[in-house]
Design a binder for this molecule. Structure first.
Ligand code: PLP
Length: 384
């Protein structure tokens, strides 16, 4: 029987039925009251989920477009920025910033580790750190399964003349983020991760401090010019043709998150992570991310000695219709990543662990059958 794939990947993630159904409506014209209704609903929901009173702009692009847009709006060529680079996505900030002629100082943190906010403070206080105009950091480093201490970095940047840009593409809607309270000037989210939407939208919040920098930015830009988006948003519309179907879908997914309650959403993700980790440990597997920084949205696992982890992933996909992610770049074949973000429940995690054990047994890994499920279900009962 052919069935839908269960996406236990860190994006794209499973899209709930109500959200898919919302996308099946006839496409409405965007210069109408009807569209304005959905647009304002979405914008109200976004502010609540971002925990901000700032403008939240919606761009028709993937998350990377949101990162690029943040950089070209907030800075000018030659500006000095500091990037806390903890993996593939921190590195993407470095690449984009360099592509636009910024003077980039990179903190290269070993993969699997998180950034220590105190190290950022040290650099900012040093000669090298003079005139840093922006600090760029990744919240949930999806490539390694690490969650960085954004609150701690925000604390250090408060009262400094520096724009704090955070890639929360995979974390918004899954991990706690208090945009305003934590002093985040530009927060970037993506539709296809914890927000339970199909790919195609980036959401970007912009603080007053960031607007002041944006108004002075000398970087060339057009489609991504935030000033155009703000001007339109003041009139409850968009400068160009919006992704109408995705925006209507977003009203639905944001409502689902707010109905569950933000606190409950974060708690659910924490539970899922704990259940997943219990099963993984019972399988005798090792985690890739440092314990101190392990993300509640994604569990990264080292490939055991002599086991072809790519083959395990293939069995999960072809035989059990469960997709998990492999390693990126130099981690290809070395790690496996189980996403448990967005529209995922405890039994999705149990099913994945059970299938993982079956796949491991199939490739010759030795473990007592039933170990993963037994430990995970025990954790499910123990963790309230
Ligand atoms: C997925 C992801 C991105 C890239 O988003 P795209 O939508 O693929 O462009 C950037 N940063 C993080 C942390 C991500 O998880």
């Amino acid at each position: 029987m052919k069935r839908d794939k269960l996406l236990m990947t860190p994006g794209p993630t499973n899209v709930p039925y109500a959200v898919r159904e919302a996308m099946e409506r006839p496409i409405i014209h965007h210069r109408t009251k009807e569209f304005e209704y959905f647009f304002s609903q979405m914008n109200d929901g976004l502010k609540k989920v971002f925990q901000t009173s700032n403008y939240v702009l919606t761009l028709a692009s993937s998350g990377t477009g949101g990162m690029e847009a943040a950089i070209i709006n907030a800075f000018s060529p030659g500006d000095k920025v500091l990037v806390a680079n903890t993996g593939v996505f921190g590195d993407r900030f470095v690449k984009i910033a360099k592509a636009y002629g910024l003077n980039v100082i990179t903190m290269d943190i070993s993969w699997g580790n998180g950034v220590d906010a105190k190290e950022i403070e040290k650099i900012l206080n040093s000669e090298k750190g003079k005139d840093i105009k922006g600090v760029l950091a990744t919240h949930n480093e999806t490539s390694t399964g690490v969650a960085n201490d954004i609150q701690g970095i925000g604390e250090i940047l408060k009262n400094r003349d520096c724009i704090f840009v955070v890639d929360a593409i995979s974390s918004l809607g899954g991990l706690e983020i208090k945009t305003d309270e934590w002093g985040i000037d530009i927060l970037i989210a993506g539709s296809q991760k914890a927000l339970m939407l199909p790919p195609g939208l980036a959401f970007v919040s912009v603080s007053d401090k960031a607007w002041a920098a944006i108004e002075k930015s000398k970087m060339p830009k057009f489609y991504f010019d935030f000033l155009a988006y703000r001007k339109s948003l003041d009139k409850n519309t968009t400068p160009y043709t919006p992704a109408v179907a995705l925006i209507i879908a977003a009203t639905e997914s944001l409502n689902m998150i707010l109905d569950e309650g933000l606190e409950n959403t974060f708690k659910r993700h924490k539970r899922l992570a704990n259940i997943c980790r219990a099963g993984v440990e019972a399988l005798g597997l090792e985690f890739f991310a440092d314990e101190k920084y392990m993300s509640d949205l994604i569990t990264s696992i080292k490939a055991p000695e002599g086991i072809d982890i790519e083959k395990v992933r293939k069995i999960l996909n072809i035989k059990y219709d469960i997709m998990v992610a492999g390693g990126q770049q130099h981690l290809k074949g070395k790690i496996m990543r189980i996403g448990h973000m967005g529209y995922v429940d405890e039994f999705d995690v149990l099913k994945t662990l059970s299938a993982l054990e079956m796949a491991l047994l199939e490739v010759g890994y030795e473990v007592e059958p039933g170990s993963a499920l037994s430990a995970a279900q025990k954790a499910m009962n123990d963790i309230k």
